[in-house]
Ligand binder design. Sequence first.
Ligand SMILES: [Zn+2]
Ligand SMILES: [Zn+2]
Length: 246
Amino acid sequence: MAADNFQSNMVLETTPSGDEQPKRLLIDCGSDARHSLRKLGCMPNDFEAVYISHLHSDHIGGLEWMALANYFIFDGHRVDLITARELIEPLWEHSLRGGLETSDHGNSTLSSYFDVIALEPEDGFEWQGLKFDVIPAAHVVTEEKTMFSFALFGHAKDKSFFLTTDAIFDPDAHMPFYKKADIIFQDCELGPRRSGVHAHYDQLVTLPAEVKAKMWLYHYQAYDKPDAKADGFCGFISPEQSFDLG
Ligand SMILES: [Zn+2]
Ligand SMILES: [Zn+2]
């Protein structure tokens, strides 16, 4: 069961040569982050940067805690907040402003807490010498509009990886990234009720064998997991599992 699982957030750690202190990028900061990071032994000031893929609370709900903890407890430690330009205003206006506008003065903004880096997705970004492509992935598709999550294709030292963040099953759009990645981190919905906003296990199992053979699945719903290895996947990611990307 996955009821004790944390939300789909990841820590990317790199140690630039000649620098013995690892640098950390938090990829999404959901409302579980205070507890999940504590289990990893990380505090909010252990991060140089946080990347936000989209505005669901399991990806942004920990930002208020991170902002206030760094501002008041960790001597104003500054974290780069890296996200697509189009998310910045709604992130502040619709999600964070209520809790963060009034701190030790009454007109705080996102920049009072974070060094905001607004991305043009087509340009990607670089962090600690690692290159990232940013891929708008359809996540919630309605008649009125489509909500995208900004997936990542990362070029680590030896390996490339594709991280879907949250996305519908969209093999046409994702196949080029599935094919060229050395390792795939794929969100995977389980259970009988399909939300329609994540790839479901029953869909992912139809992917070509060579794609599944490098695909790790993640999600945090409390359903029994199928035997993913028997179906050709690498398996389901468990909390605190780490991967060496070279
Ligand atoms: Zn989502
Ligand atoms: Zn999510």
